[in-house]
Design a protein around this ligand. Structure first.
Ligand SMILES: Nc1nc2c([nH]c(=O)n2[C@H]2C[C@H](O)[C@@H](COP(=O)(O)OP(=O)(O)OP(=O)(O)O)O2)c(=O)[nH]1
Length: 134
């Protein structure tokens, strides 16, 4: 019996602006299209998590960010293929545009449940809502 490969680290940026958090609807692949996530992606070899977050936010949103604290511990997603690490982040240059996503929305704490998140994101979304006092 062969062992499953070690899960790859995926980083996500919970970008704050006042009392709102940026959520992004995936455009692809078809199985995930229309589900919402934090901008981010897989760590490249040799890259730190903060570097990956800054690279992904430039590629996906056209913005610079500063990376803050972790939102939660590791979250397993993608049927065990990925470990998702979500960090708070703040805008440091530019306004987000959906370069790769279907849609972007700034959500207040009581609006966080108004979009269908990727299932693995649930604990992070709950932690953000709690931290924002909703
Ligand atoms: N970026 C991101 N991916 C997430 C989140 N939650 C979650 O389950 N995932 C999953 C979806 C994907 O299966 C995987 C990350 O893939 P991705 O497509 O964003 O990564 P990437 O940008 O490096 O993609 P690629 O270049 O390989 O196409 O993690 C999230 O909040 N943000």
């Amino acid at each position: 019996m062969s062992e499953a490969p070690a899960p790859r680290i995926v980083v996500g940026a919970a970008i704050r602006d006042g009392r709102t958090i940026l959520a992004a609807a995936r455009a692809y692949p078809p199985a995930l299209a229309g589900l919402w996530e934090f901008p981010g992606g897989k760590l490249e070899p040799g890259e730190t998590e903060a570097e990956a977050l800054r690279r992904e936010c430039r590629e996906e949103l056209g913005v610079d960010i500063t990376v803050g604290d972790r939102v939660t511990g590791d979250l397993t997603t993608g049927d065990g293929r990925y470990l998702l690490r979500v960090y708070y982040a703040d805008l440091a240059g530019g306004e987000p545009h959906a370069k790769e996503h279907a849609e972007l929305r700034w959500l207040a704490p009581d609006e966080l449940d108004s979009v269908p998140w990727l299932p693995g994101n649930r604990p992070a979304v709950d932690a953000i809502r709690e931290a924002m006092g909703a």
